[in-house]
Structures are given as C-alpha cells and as structure tokens.
Design a protein around this ligand. Structure first.
Ligand code: NAG
Length: 387
C-alpha cells in the first residue's frame, strides 16, 4: 500500500515538473557561487525575446545591458555559408569514415606538426558560422526558456574586456562536430565575471569551454552538462577529446556540480596561470584523462565523483591538491574556509596530487561550498531544461 502511494506521489511531482518546465523564463534563477559570485548579467533590464538570429546577434554584442530570452532554437547553420578547402586527416584519425575526426587547417595546425606523423591532406567542407562564436558584450543575461533555448551551429565568445555575463539554461550544439577546429561552444578570453549555469554542450568540433590565453579573471561553471558523445571522435571511440581548456593568465575558475561525460581527454586541461576550484563535479565514462595540469595550473579538486574514468589526472606539471585523505584535507580550511571533501572513485584510476603551497591564493576570494561527493545529485541537477 505504502508503495502505491509513493508511486502516485512521484507521478504527480513529475507532471508538475513538466508543467513548470514549459513556463517562460523571465529572470536568472539562483545566484552564482564561487569566483564569479558577483555576476549580475543584465541586472534589472527587462527580458526580451529576439525574433531572429540577426537580432540575437545584435543584442548579444551591443553595449546595452540586456536580459535575452531564448524561447526556441536559433539555428545559425548556413547563415555564413560553407567553406571547402584543404584540411587534413590527422594521425589520430585511425578510423577514417568510421567514427574518426578530421581537421580544419586552423592556424596551420595540419602542417605545423600538431597533426602528427602520417597526417594527410584532404578536402574539408564545413559550416562557416561554427568556427567563430557570437560576440557577447558586457552586462548580458542569456537565458533559455524551459528546454527550448538552443543555439545551433554557433557558440558564444566573451572577450576583449567584456564583463559581467550570465549564460543560463541553454543548449549549444552542432558546431561542425566532424572537424577538429570546427568551433568552440563558449570562449572567454580577456573578460571578467562570467557565470555559465545549467547549460548543456554537445556535438562540438573543438572545445566545449575554453578560457583563452588572456586574463579572464572570475569565472563560475556550475550545473552544466558537457556531453561528449559523438560520431566523430579524435580517439575513435565515440567520445569527445576536446573538453574544457583553461589556460588563461590570471584566471580564477570555479567548476561546481558539472556533469562531464563521454569524453576522452582535456576534461579539463589547465595551464597558463589559472587557479581552479573543481568541486562536486561528476566525471563519467572517460576513456582518456580528466585533469591535465600543465605548468602554471593550480587546482584544488574536492568532492568530485570519478566513475569509469581511466586517468583522473594525466600529468601534474603545475600544483594540484586532490584531497587525498581526511587528515590531509584539513589544510584547506585556512584558505578555502572549509576542510576539503574527499573525492569518490568507481572503476577509475587514482587522482593523486598533494601540493598545498598555492592554497593561500584562495584567501579573500569568494569560494564555493563543498558537499560530500554524490553522483546522483549531480547527474540529476546538471544540464538544461531543469530549472
Ligand atoms: C555595465 O554595467 C556597469 C554597471 O552599471 C557599468 O558601469 C558599465 O559601464 C556597463 N558596461 C557597458 C559596456 O555598458
């Protein structure tokens, strides 16, 4: 009897959730946590719905504070035409025509040795809109309505001094996924106060999130789903290699409650001079590596779940604290304001990382809280169409 009542209750809850999901977005939901906690986006600007891809492009890039609601799919494919030119089949594509990823010759990548010995030139045809992101100016909130806000064929670029941007509850997808250099979903490069929350990223040619070499200052990535499933995999195994790339100078990046799955590398790669707080994320089904910490990268990883992740930390040429034991984790209190939480591992390699010399860099900054590692709560809440 009790079982029947519980079942009925959850059916009603599910119906209510579906109805709520259809409601029109009219404001940012919740508040940013961690480094970008001061982001207000468009602030009090009245929310407006763009009528076309060109109006969306204008509103994103102008110098007016705006709240922009995406209430449908904005499809940029074809809006800038297609390009056919010489690219390459890099050495990594050991399964041509059968799930591999070829490359656009961006910045001579095909010819400067990056494509590897055995790379051959081939003709590539790609959608031009995908390879450059929509310029986003300062003081913008970009919010998806229910599960309708989709950006297809073009990503977002917050650069050249743009500040105070909130991107919430949208799905960015379909940026020339068959090609390395086919496009980046979200780029920050020379910015400040960027909050990306409850978004989904899938089927991207290059990086799902990239902090370029400029100083991007305070960034929070929270509750996002990075879905690496792809029929064009640089590792020939249906998983996207080019996940999250954090190599900015002077960057402060909080990654909390993100669900990063079916990737095979760079999830994330860190370098430059980036201070990263990776807390309560779920790394799932990764056939390569999650963290790759290059020279200059400084990372505290705590309360994360690694489930079926072959190599949680590839190299540590920077400084990395992997929250190794309850006694060791007490060291976090002085700088982060809490004892670090243990990471959880299922069918995964080990993380390692016992560096602590960089922790004082967290002092005086806005630091996200940490909970016990919990796969279910992260998976259920991350992604778009859920708020
Ligand atoms: C963004 O908003 C802040 C605060 O209102 C303002 O000082 C700044 O000039 C705005 N930036 C732009 C580019 O409009």
């Amino acid at each position: 009897m009790k079982f029947t009542i519980l079942t009925l209750g959850s059916a009603i809850a599910a119906t209510n959730a579906a109805v709520l999901g259809e409601r029109a977005a009219s404001a940012v939901v919740g508040k940013p946590e961690g480094f970008a906690s001061g982001a207000t986006g468009g602030g009090g600007a009245a929310c407006q719905v763009p009528s076309s891809t060109s109006q969306l492009k204008t509103w994103l890039s102008d110098s007016t504070a705006r709240c922009i609601i995406l209430d449908k799919e904005f499809n940029f494919k074809g809006t800038e035409g297609t390009v056919t030119e010489t690219g390459c089949r890099p050495a990594s594509n050991k399964c041509p025509g059968n799930g591999g990823q070829d490359a656009i010759n961006h910045a001579s990548w095909c010819t400067n040795g990056n494509a590897g010995a055995g790379s051959i030139n081939i003709q590539v045809t790609y959608d031009k809109a995908g390879v450059s992101g929509l310029t986003v100016g300062s003081n913008k909130s970009i919010i998806g309505s229910g599960s309708k806000g989709v950006l297809r064929g073009k990503g977002l670029r917050i650069a050249n001094g743009a500040k105070n941007v909130i991107i919430q509850n949208i799905h960015i997808t379909d940026l020339n996924p068959q090609y390395i250099w086919g496009g980046d979903a979200i780029t920050v490069d020379g910015s400040d106060l960027v909050w990306v929350d409850h978004c989904k990223v899938s089927l991207i040619g290059r990086q799902m999130f990239v902090a370029g070499n400029g100083a991007s200052n305070r960034v929070t990535l929270s509750n996002n789903e990075f879905d690496g499933r792809s029929s064009w995999s640089a590792t020939c195994d249906g998983r996207h290699y080019w996940g999250i790339y954090l190599t900015g100078s002077q960057d402060l990046i909080t990654m909390k409650n993100n669900y990063i799955h079916h990737t095979s590398g760079r999830s994330p790669k860190i370098g430059g001079n980036s201070l990263v707080h990776a807390v309560n994320n779920m790394f799932h089904d990764n056939t390569g590596h999650a963290f790759d910490n290059d020279k200059g990268g400084m990372v505290v990883a705590e309360g994360n779940v690694f489930q079926n992740v072959k190599t949680p930390l590839l190299t540590n040429a920077g400084q990395f604290f992997g929250s190794p034991s309850t006694s060791a984790n007490a060291v976090c209190s002085a700088s982060l304001g809490h004892a670090c939480q243990l990471n959880a591992f299922g069918s995964s390699g080990s993380l390692g990382g016992t560096d602590t010399g960089f922790m004082s860099n967290f002092q005086g900054k806005s630091i996200a809280s940490a909970s016990t590692a919990n796969a279910g709560s992260i998976q259920n809440a991350a992604g778009f169409g859920k708020i």
